[in-house]
Design a protein around this ligand. Structure first.
Ligand code: NAD
Length: 498
């Protein structure tokens, strides 16, 4: 088995990790093979070289993982730890992730095709998220006295138990942090199903957890296929809370599987974000930012600005500035320092992007920038060029999530029309408004039917600001804020008549 992408100067730890395959799941602190010995391979999207063999967990293995998480929870050496002691262990995990930033970032960049500097930023974000929730859990009051006549009464918050997490392939490590950090800080145990395209950083995390002293069974990892391992986890009656990040189609299946068990489920789904650009913007700066947004991780970003709604007075000027910039974007291998946009994650994803370009034009969209496959000398990866389409918002490319570096443009006359156009979507994730008139920017930001509105920026996620989705973009709460921590405690009341 080839152990690494041949042209990258890998850290010895990364080479050894990849060579140690087939990489098992992590269940109860042990690395385990699938019960039927099934394996799959994961490849470097930038070269198609095989990176590692990975064990494909089966329903029996998922069951073992949930039982391990339940046993670790019941033993109470995690759930009942004083929050500051749990915080010490979580800080140790964050510190060790940070110390091994290069190792994690190489693994992530190889597995996802993510530009190396972005992979490093994702690793830092993971460490920051763990610390953010570990510290918050130590400060939050879990017991509140209630002032009720003739009764002694209070509420108290307890962790739920084993929590299930299913993640997508676009930000495997960063999203793992957003998901499990509040659950762990609150005292729950977790079972993580990473995406089959990008399981490596999560498996490495599972191994590291043991090294830093997180008790066995607190963090379990079950790599495998969605329809097998993912479906078994979603339908498992031993899970007390479920969190799914991915497509609306699979989100519905996960929610349906949780239904019979009455397991609360949090869904973070896709999007079709709009950027509303008014005629008082700095055109050059806005063009820089929009181009940065649509090429960030090759457009494989749920909340990306994929519909550019532009005031008719600046439409031509902004379009020209964006086309000029997009033509200069360097598409290349994720480890080349000149690369601005890496590959998409798989051939399936490349065909999805190319298919939408074709279907959009078949339905009458105009290609303002053609896009298509990109060639990168010496690399047989899944590369595409950025593309711009324009036309009716009823077009398939304007309505559906493409998940590639493709923006769809339309112009508007006034604020009312702009808001109406932005809200013409089944999704409700994140939009942005661009204007130097802050009164208008605030008004428009609040008028959009999404869970997140950004002003003069796109794709921003400061810790402490809730990030969620509504409508086809999600349900059940969000991530990254104090509310997320509360989601991972069940609340009970205690009352005594006086
Ligand atoms: P996907 O829905 O195909 O897969 C997501 C995960 O679900 C994977 O781990 C997969 O193995 C698993 N899965 C597949 N079938 C399953 C089943 N029947 N039961 C249980 N699990 C199953 O999504 P993807 O292609 O990996 O990711 C892209 C999608 O994720 C896009 O729609 C994107 O917008 C969305 N996303 C949303 C957010 C957010 O925060 N809202 C963040 C990142 C990605």
């Amino acid at each position: 088995m080839a152990s690494s992408s041949s042209s990258v100067n890998l850290m010895p730890e990364v080479a050894a990790f990849l060579k140690s395959g087939p990489l098992g799941g992590v269940i109860g602190g042990k690395q385990v093979a699938a019960s039927n010995k099934a394996v799959f391979t994961t490849v470097d999207p930038g070269s198609q070289e095989v990176l590692a063999e990975v064990c494909a967990m089966q329903p029996e293995d998922v069951d073992r993982a949930v039982q391990a998480a339940a046993a670790a929870f019941a033993k109470a050496d995690w759930a009942k730890l004083p929050p500051n002691d749990r915080g010490v262990l979580l800080h140790r995990l964050a510190d060790e992730v940070e110390k091994r930033k290069t190792i994690f970032a190489q693994i992530e960049a190889l597995d996802c095709g993510k530009v190396y500097a972005q992979a490093e930023a994702d690793v830092q974000n993971f460490a920051d998220t763990i610390r953010y929730f570990a510290d918050m859990a130590q400060q939050v009051q879990r017991r509140s006295a209630l002032a009720v006549a003739r009764h002694e009464a209070w509420t108290v918050r307890h962790p739920w138990g084993p929590c299930g997490f299913i993640f997508p392939w676009n930000f495997p490590f960063l999203l793992a942090g957003w998901g499990i950090a509040p659950a762990l800080a609150a005292g729950n145990t977790v079972v993580i199903k990473p995406a089959e395209d990008t399981p490596l950083s999560t498996i490495y995390l599972g191994q590291l957890a043991k090294e830093v002293g997180i008790p066995d069974g607190v963090i379990n990892v079950i790599p495998g296929f969605g329809e097998v391992a993912g479906a078994a986890l979603a339908a498992h009656g031993g899970i007390k809370r479920m969190s799914f990040t991915g497509s609306p189609e699979v989100g519905r299946l996960v929610a349906a599987a949780c239904g019979p068990n009455l397991v609360p489920v949090k869904l973070e789904l896709g999007g079709k974000g709009a950027a509303l650009v008014f005629d008082d913007v700095d055109v050059a700066r806005t063009a820089d930012k929009l181009v940065e947004a649509i090429t960030f991780h090759t457009g494989q970003v749920c909340c990306d600005a994929t519909r550019w709604l532009i005031h008719e007075k600046v439409y031509d000027q902004l379009l020209e500035a964006c086309v000029e910039r997009l033509k200069r974007v360097v598409v290349g291998y994720q480890f080349d320092s000149a690369t601005q946009m890496g590959p998409v994650v798989s051939e399936k994803q490349r065909q999805r992007v190319l298919g939408y370009l074709e279907r959009g034009q078949d339905e009458g969209a105009e290609a303002l920038l053609e896009g298509g496959e990109a060639a990168v000398p010496g690399k047989n990866g899944f590369y595409v060029k950025p593309a711009l389409l324009a036309g009716s918002l009823d077009n398939v490319a304007a309505r559906e999530e493409i998940f590639g570096p493709v923006a769809y443009l339309a112009s508007f006359r006034d604020e009312q029309q702009a808001v109406e156009m932005a809200n013409r979507s089944d999704y409700g994730l994140a939009n942005s408004v661009w204007s130097s008139d802050l009164a208008r920017a605030h008004r428009v930001a609040e008028a959009m039917v999404v869970a997140n509105s950004w002003i003069n920026a796109h794709n921003i996620f400061p810790h402490g600001v809730p990030y969620a989705g509504i409508n086809k973009s999600g349900m059940g709460g969000g991530v990254l804020s104090i509310q997320t921590l509360f989601d991972y405690w069940r609340s009970m009341s205690v009352v005594r008549p006086l």
